[in-house]
Design a protein around this ligand. Structure first.
Ligand code: NAP
Length: 245
């Protein structure tokens, strides 16, 4: 599980360990990972900490080799590490865009490059990519974040059928608002906000099926899917209401 030091990744790692999985947890914060791994003393499974930065390609390749040597082949990878920075159109910055792409897109790409060859060789394995409903269609202040998540959605759609033929299940996780350090700074009301534990249990439930997309909470994500089907004239009339003066 990448991005396991806080939020959704942390809750997913704990839920997996409670179910008996041997979990390799990664993030940059060694302290948070050590605390997380100590929490599994009474669990059926265990969490092993592997600190690292997903933007460092060589480090990710080395970590995956390390994990597979110590713990055996990876059956399930949850590529969840991500970050968010609001970017108003008037403050458009290629630096912000690049930084978000480095973590949210290239971080996932490094994970895929590291784990897929062995899964394809074994004709078995499951990968979950955590994108966001912000990738469905453009939302105010989210031109950088939404673009990274739209890229992940498109990339996963492109790869899913090919990987399926090769015996690897690729699933896309699209959460709505989840209460985590990432959303704690949001200064606007977040409709249908759920806890990280609720998000983790939706992800774990997704393991029981081979469904391509796991999106939650159900009603909010369906509303946003409907919104993206609207003609732009109507879509922008609704979205203009969310634009701050
Ligand atoms: N919360 C929501 O409402 C929401 C909605 C839709 C999608 N998502 C997505 O869900 C995922 C998890 O988000 P969250 O809400 O749980 O946020 P979070 O609590 O801020 O967790 C983000 C995780 O990613 C890790 N991370 C960030 N940059 C990293 C880097 N360069 N290298 C390695 N790890 C890095 C962080 O750990 P370190 O800082 O220790 O590295 C942390 O463990 C993200 O992809 C986010 O976009 C969240």
């Amino acid at each position: 599980v990448t991005g396991a030091s806080t939020g959704i990744g942390r809750a997913a790692a704990l839920a997996l360990a409670e179910k008996g999985w041997m979990v390799a947890a990664t993030a940059r914060s060694e302290k948070n990972l050590a605390e997380l791994s100590a929490r599994t003393a009474n669990c059926k499974g265990q969490i092993h900490a592997y600190a690292g930065d997903v933007t460092d390609r060589n480090r990710v390749l080395e970590q995956v080799r390390h994990i597979e040597t110590e713990m055996g082949p990876i059956d399930l990878a949850i590529l969840n590490a991500g970050t968010h920075r609001p970017m108003p159109a008037a403050e458009f910055s290629s630096d912000t865009l690049r930084q978000l792409f480095e973590v949210n897109v290239m971080g996932v790409a490094h994970g895929l490059e590291a784990i897929l060859p062995s899964m394809i060789d074994r004709r078995s394995g499951r990968v979950m990519i955590v994108a966001s409903v912000a990738g469905y269609s453009g939302l105010p202040m989210a031109s950088a974040y939404g673009a990274t998540k739209a890229a992940l959605i498109n990339m996963a759609e492109a790869m899913h059928p090919e990987l399926r033929r090769l015996g690897v299940i690729l699933q896309l996780i699209n959460p709505g608002f989840v209460k985590t350090p990432l959303t704690d700074n949001n200064d606007f009301p977040m409709p249908f906000l759920i806890s990280a534990e609720e998000a983790a249990s939706a992800i774990i439930k997704g393991l029981e099926s081979d469904r391509f997309e796991i999106s939650f909470p159900w009603f909010f994500t369906r509303l946003l899917k409907l919104a993206r089907m609207l003609p732009y004239s109507i879509y922008f009339r609704i979205i203009r209401g969310l634009v701050r003066p």
